[in-house]
Design a protein around this ligand. Sequence first.
Ligand SMILES: [Zn+2]
Ligand SMILES: [Zn+2]
Length: 632
Amino acid sequence: MNYYTLSIIGSPLGEFSYHSSKTISIGTRVTVEFNKNVKDSVVLSSCEKPTFDTNPILEVSDSIYSAKQMALAKFIATYYVCSLGDAFSVMMAFMHSYAEHGNEGLECGNETEESSSFHALHGNSYESKIELSLKQTEALEFLKEKKVGLLFGDTGSGKTEIYMKYFEQIISQGKRSIFLMPEISLTPQMGQRLEEHFGEAVVMWHSKLTPKQKRVALEKIHSGEAKIIAGPRSALFLPINDLGLIVVDEEHDDSYKSSSRPRYNARDIAIYMGKLYDVNVVLGSATPSLTSYVKFHHIRLKGGHFSSNKKFVYEPSIETLSPLIISSLEKTLQAKEQSIVFLPTRANFKYLICQDCGHTYECAFCSVGLSIHTKSRAMKCHYCNFTQAIPQICSECQSPKLTSARLGTAEAVKNISEELVNAKVEQFDRDVITTSAKLKKALKRFNDKETDILVGTQMLSKGHDYHGVTLAVVMGMDNMLNMGDYRAREKALSALIQVSGRSGRKQDALVLVQSFNEPFFSAYLEKYEEFLESEKEYREGLYPPYKKLCRILFAHKNGAKAQEEMRKMQDSLMAFSDIEVVGAGKCGIERVANKYRFEILLRSDKSTDLIKAINATKVSLAEIDMDPIEFS
Ligand SMILES: [Zn+2]
Ligand SMILES: [Zn+2]
C-alpha cells in the first residue's frame, strides 16, 4: 500500500493523508472522500503509513500539476497566507500526456518544428507587417535586457506593436508568451488586433468562453499550437510549457487583484513567475503604479500617433450636471460631433465637500479622506478608525453649504436626455454592458454615430478607440481624489489621463473637468513621472511600496463573535514588535450579506514579518488580504 499527503482543492484546511494501491506521481489530481463529499485533491508527497486509519484515494485523474506549478502554489499559499488547496483552486493542471515531467528541455525539438510550420502557415508577409519606429525598437531592446522592465508609454505611443514584435521573437525561439490584460471581454479591439496578426497562434482566454470554446482553447494550449495566450489574470494559471515571456498590459489596473481567496495580485504573481520560469516580464502602462515605477527600470515612450490638440477646461464645482456641461454637450451635438461623459465607478462612500470652496476633510493621522457615516453622524477614517463629528460649517470659508451629493450614470443619462431631447444618450457601465456581445454592439452604435453621447464609468477608458469624440466631460474627479485610500491621487490622475486619452484621437477636442483641484491635475496631467516623484514623498514611511500593508477581515452573522475574534487576534499581534497595528475596528461597510464585518490593518517593513506574525496569531475567522487595495 502507498500513502500520500494531499491538499483538498478549494478547502481552507491543511494537508490530509490517504492511501492507494497504485503508485501516483506527485502533482496528480485525484478524488477522495472528504466530509462525506467527493473532492478533487492534489498529491503533494508520498509518506510513511500514518499511525491512524486512512481512507482510500477514489480515482486517479489524467491531470497533473507540473513541478513549477507546485512551486507557484506553495508561493501563493505562503505569501497570501492561504491553504495550498486555495492556491490550487485557481490553477489548471496539465493533461498527463502533455505534462513536462520536470524536464522541459526535452520538448524543444518538437516546438521548433511547430513554430516553423507556424511561419509556413503565415508566409513571408507576416514578419514585415510590424514596422517599429526607432524609439519603439530602442524600447524593445531595453525590455529584452531586463528581467522585469516597465514600458511607460503614453496612450497611442505604440506599446502594442512592441509587444507584438516581442511575441514574434519569442515564437521564433520556439517559445510561448502570456499576455495579461484587464478583463479581456471588455477589450475586443486588442483581441482582434492580435488575431489579425497571429491568427491561430493566439488563444483568447476569459470567463465568458462557452464550454466548447474553452475545450478548443485548452487543446491548442496543450498541443503547443497556441503561441500567445492572452487573457485576464486567470491566464497566468493555464498549463503552459516552454514559456518565454510574460507581458502585463495596463499593469496599474485594479482588476489584477483578486477580491476572493486567494487574494493574489496577478501582476505580482507574473513577476514571481518570471523568476520561477527564468523568463522576462514586461509591465506596460501609460500611468504606471508607483510600486512598479519605484521597483523596476523603465523606458519612457512619449507622444503618439494620435496626438492632436486637446484643450482642458476646469470647472470648480461639486459633482453635478452644470449649465456649462449641458451647454458644451449641446454645442457638440449641434456640430454633429460626439461626446463622452465620465463618472467614476460608484464608490461605496460619500465624503464631505464645501460647495463654495471645495474644501474636504482628511484623517489627521493617515492623510486620506474621511468617509461620512450618516447614521452615526460622523466622519470616519477607514485605516485607523479615527472618527470626528460632521461639522456644520466649512472650516475654511465658514460656508454652511457642506454636501455629499453623488451622481450615478443612470441618473446622468436621464438628466442629459431631458435637457437635450434630440440627443441619443447611452449608458456605458457594468450595469448595462453585461456581455461582450453587448459591448461590441454599443461600441459599434457609437462608432457608427448612432449614439451621440456615451455616459459611463471606468469602462469608457479601457482601450476603446472612439474616432469622433470632440468633447470629454470628466465628472467626479474630486470624489476619487478624496477617497479614503492611500492611492486616491494615483487613481484619480490616472483615470483622468486614461479618459482624456480617449478623445481627440483624430481631431481637436475639449476636455471639461469638473474639479476644485485644477492645480493638482493641470500640474501633472502631461507629467505623470513628476507626479510619481512627488507621490514618493507622500508614501515614504507610510504606504507601499515603502511599507507593506496587510488587512485582516473578520465576518460573522453574530457581530459580537466577529468583534471578539478580531480583539483576540489584535491582542496577540501586539506582541510582535516588528509589525504595527495601524487600526482595528468595524469595516467601512459594516455589514455585507447579513454578516457583520471587522478588520485589522497591519503595517511593516517586510512581508516576511507580517506573514510570521499572522501565522502565529491567526484565528479561524480571519481572512488575510496581503497588499490590500480595497479598504471598505
Ligand atoms: Zn468652504
Ligand atoms: Zn486614519
